[in-house]
Design a protein around this ligand. Structure first.
Ligand SMILES: Nc1ncnc2c1ncn2[C@@H]1O[C@H](COP(=O)(O)OP(=O)(O)OP(=O)(O)O)[C@@H](O)[C@H]1O
Length: 323
């Protein structure tokens, strides 16, 4: 679990009143952008995802959290069309997404940041940005026969890309190979590239992983700006401090199911959530982790001690009421 000291000076305005009725897993939202029903995905005998009902609130920042192996990435892959469920369906912005492939989902306004792979690293920053644009004329056969038309679109994309790169302070790097960027700059590029398609929903997979503290503030501000600009954000994150700081709503998964959801402070104090984190390390001697029993901390125990400490710190901070 990464632990970025959160910068002072970023004070998010939290969205409230997102749900209808009593808070419980599957609670209805006032204005959901995603509604999922009965979504399951098995790998052999293992049920990685088993989500009965889930609604993601529009124009809010929702964090998807849970211990390792909870099914967060699998659910992300399903919702973005990168994987197919065994059962279930969901709508995005009122549209049934059954059988909708990732590139089509992106055209509908649901975009996911994807990691800068080795191949993309060999493209320049600007080339990466252009890959993120939708409705590229060159992709379609008929218009691509008319270079004038094609070049016009290319120029429009370039202007838009440069605009975004300026915003993300990457404009001076536009001709650099993407592979030469630092970990944090790569995350910024991934986010900037996603914005090339004017999304309604931006899905981020561990946006803070591998980001050094110097760029943490900038990344947080960009995520908060997405909401400010009317977009919806759904992100998977292990860093509880970040979750508490910027999420309006938190969905907790454990063993494929949604075990809790709600505003961050409430969710982190939820016994089911604490149990989910503790219960995810069944092979670990809890006595050793808590120091009550003498023994060697193996890597699994160390990881657990770290996770529990972060959860603990987040709970303490929320009790003190600081941000
Ligand atoms: N392609 C696959 N083949 C077999 N099992 C898989 C596959 N993908 C995921 N799993 C299993 O499904 C379960 C859920 O995995 P998933 O990666 O979705 O969890 P996660 O919550 O994202 O975990 P982490 O926080 O560690 O990334 C795990 O037990 C994992 O081993």
């Amino acid at each position: 679990m990464s632990s970025n000291p959160l910068p002072t000076g970023v004070t998010p305005v939290k969205s409230t009143g997102l749900h209808v009725g009593e808070i419980a897993p599957g609670v209805k939202k006032v204005d959901p952008i995603i509604i999922a029903d009965g979504v399951t995905r098995k790998f052999g005998g293992l049920t990685a995802v088993n989500v009965e009902h889930l609604e993601i609130p529009r124009n809010a920042i929702t964090a998807l959290i849970g211990p390792n192996g909870a099914g967060k990435t699998t659910l992300f892959n399903l919702l973005t069309g990168f994987d197919k469920p065994d059962t279930g369906s969901w709508t995005f912005d009122g549209k049934n997404m059954k059988g909708v492939a990732a590139y089509q989902a992106a055209k509908l306004g649901q975009v996911r940041t994807f990691q800068l792979t080795k191949a993309l690293g060999l493209l320049t920053v600007m080339e990466n940005m252009k890959l993120g644009a939708k409705n590229q004329v060159g992709e379609r056969i008929f218009p691509s026969l008319f270079p004038g038309f094609w070049r016009k679109q290319e120029a429009t994309n370039e202007v838009k890309a440069l605009d975004l790169l300026k915003k993300f302070k990457l404009d001076t790097k536009q001709t650099d190979f993407a592979a030469s960027l630092s970990g944090g700059q790569r995350k910024l590029l991934e986010m900037a590239r996603a914005l090339m398609s004017d999304p309604k929903l931006v899905m981020l997979d561990e946006p803070m992983a591998g980001v050094n503290p110097a760029l943490t503030q900038s990344l947080l501000e960009h995520i908060l700006n997405l909401k400010q600009e009317g977009m919806t954000v759904l992100f998977v994150e292990h860093d509880m401090h970040m979750v508490r700081h910027i999420a309006d709503w938190v969905v907790v998964m454990a063993m494929g199911e949604v075990v809790a959801e709600g505003p961050p402070d409430e969710v982190m104090r939820n016994q089911k959530v604490i149990d989910a984190y503790l219960g995810s390390h069944q092979d670990v001697d809890l006595g050793v982790v808590t120091g009550r029993v003498k023994g060697k901390m193996d890597p699994e125990a160390k990881k657990m001690a770290e996770e529990v400490e972060h959860l603990d710190q987040a709970i303490n901070a929320s009790e003190k009421g600081d941000n």
